[in-house]
Ligand binder design. Structure first.
Ligand code: PMP
Length: 431
């Protein structure tokens, strides 16, 4: 803690003098943060805060092994890919080993947005088409191309609207959507609807992009069987299939290392970001030899920072920590317990309409009692009350009524119990 009493309001005013207010802050009373370790953050008032929200510090905030790898490399060599250093292929090889053999080339960039942008350029180079099929409520980043393919942004009331080269398909949501069977038939039906929309589109589709669990859509897992039905149809008409694993990747979902694996498909391209560098800005596009060869016919690709030795050292250490600490397994075990606790809570509180997701990537839909109608104000109250009790969680979804929890993967069962019992305390108090 700082010796002087922190003054968040003054900090905010100072921030607004030089930083645009378009950068929002979380919570009605924003938190002045001083530090963080593993699944805990420390505010300027001396509070330890349980982080049930931040997925970027994937293996834990300020993990000492990752910090040390970055510090050591920063003091040794930091340059760009125009020189030879073995950390680049060493990291590329270790990362590609996490994918099936068809996904054999990697491009390193510095954010999920840069990765999405590059992916669409690669797709265009390979297929010759600028037409992209995208997911309702999907989000892929902040560059112009990434915004064009992100319904979450272009359909926002302040957004620029859907461009003519974009085909948006309905989210295969088996809680709120048109088909709700959980035996795999709903996924198939949603896919068939998407295929018929593709048939009605004015031109062929060059690429289809989606997250396997749509984060900004409110943690909505694609209905079972959806991609398995849809991918062959995209490819048949000459398009490629892209999985955005920025949020779902690197073992977070527990039962699989990548989200697409749960849908039993292999994409032609994968987008990576957030957890890759545990907070250090790294992103990547993974693709096939054939797509990489098409892209190599065009102008040179260069990124000043993408694949620099410091980023490679950090990315490598994240993969090592994931293995050493068996964090995918932890995500599975703790995530299953966490989900069970939420499902148990749901039996006592009818404001919880749905509990979904997998591993440590969960969504809890807050509804008006006895209906599926969103209860946005209750979701907001829960988020803010949890913050007052030193727990970070967020809300998202088109109605902002889904509690979103995606903590660092070192989160433990006692942490999960703390979150769920605190939510129950709040619910009892307001009833
Ligand atoms: N894709 C997805 C699914 C994301 O959630 C995000 C970031 N929220 C991005 C891409 C963009 O990543 P970045 O913010 O690192 O540019």
């Amino acid at each position: 803690p700082t010796p002087e009493a922190p003054k968040p309001q003054m900090q905010l005013e100072r921030r607004h003098q030089s930083i645009s207010s378009i950068l929002s802050v979380s919570y009605k009373s924003p938190i002045p943060m001083l530090g963080a370790t593993f699944q805990y953050m420390y505010d300027a008032f001396g509070n330890s805060i349980l982080d049930a929200y931040n997925n970027i510090p994937h293996v834990g905030h300020c993990h000492p092994k990752v910090v040390e790898a970055g510090q050591r490399q920063m003091a040794t060599l930091n340059t760009n890919t125009r020189y030879l250093y073995d950390l680049l292929p060493a990291y590329a090889e270790k990362l590609l080993a996490k994918f099936p053999p068809s996904l054999s080339k990697v491009y390193f960039v510095n954010s999920g947005s840069a990765a999405s942008d590059l992916a669409m350029r690669l797709a265009q180079a390979h297929t010759g088409s600028k037409n992209f099929m995208v997911m309702e409520h999907g989000y892929h980043g902040n560059t112009q191309i990434a915004m064009d393919i992100s319904d979450y942004k272009f359909s926002n009331k302040k957004g620029l609207g859907q461009k003519p080269n974009i085909l948006k398909v309905p989210i295969p949501d088996s809680y709120l959507g048109k088909y709700q069977e959980d035996d795999g038939s709903a996924g198939k039906k949603y896919a068939q609807d998407a295929i018929s929309m593709m048939g009605d589109f004015h031109d062929k589709i060059g690429a289809f992009i989606t997250e396997p669990i749509v984060g900004c859509g409110g943690q909505v897992p694609l209905a079972k069987g959806y991609l398995k039905e849809l991918y062959p149809a995209i490819r048949k008409q000459g398009g490629i299939c892209i999985s955005d694993e920025v949020q779902t990747g690197f073992g977070r979902i527990g039962h699989h290392f990548w989200g697409y694996e749960a849908q039993e498909v292999v994409p032609d391209m994968v987008i990576l970001g957030k957890p890759m560098g545990n907070g250090h800005p790294i992103g990547a596009v993974i693709t096939t030899d054939e797509i990489a060869a098409s892209f190599s016919q065009g102008v040179e690709f260069f990124s000043s920072f993408g694949g620099n030795p410091v980023s490679c050292a950090i990315g490598l250490s994240v993969l090592e920590v994931l293995e050493e600490e068996q964090l995918q397994q932890n995500a599975l075990e703790v995530g299953t317990h966490y989900m069970d606790l939420f499902k148990d809570l749901q039996t006592r509180h009818s404001c919880i309409g749905d509990v979904r997701g997998s591993g440590l990537f969960l969504g809890v839909e807050i509804v008006q009692e006895g209906t599926k109608n969103p209860n946005t104000s209750l979701a907001s109250l829960l988020k803010n009350e949890l913050r007052n009790r030193n727990i970070l969680i967020s809300t998202d979804g088109p109605n902002d009524n889904v509690l979103k929890t995606k903590p660092p993967l070192c989160f433990n069962k006692a942490n999960a119990e703390t979150v769920v019992s605190t939510i129950e305390d709040v619910l009892k108090e307001i009833q």
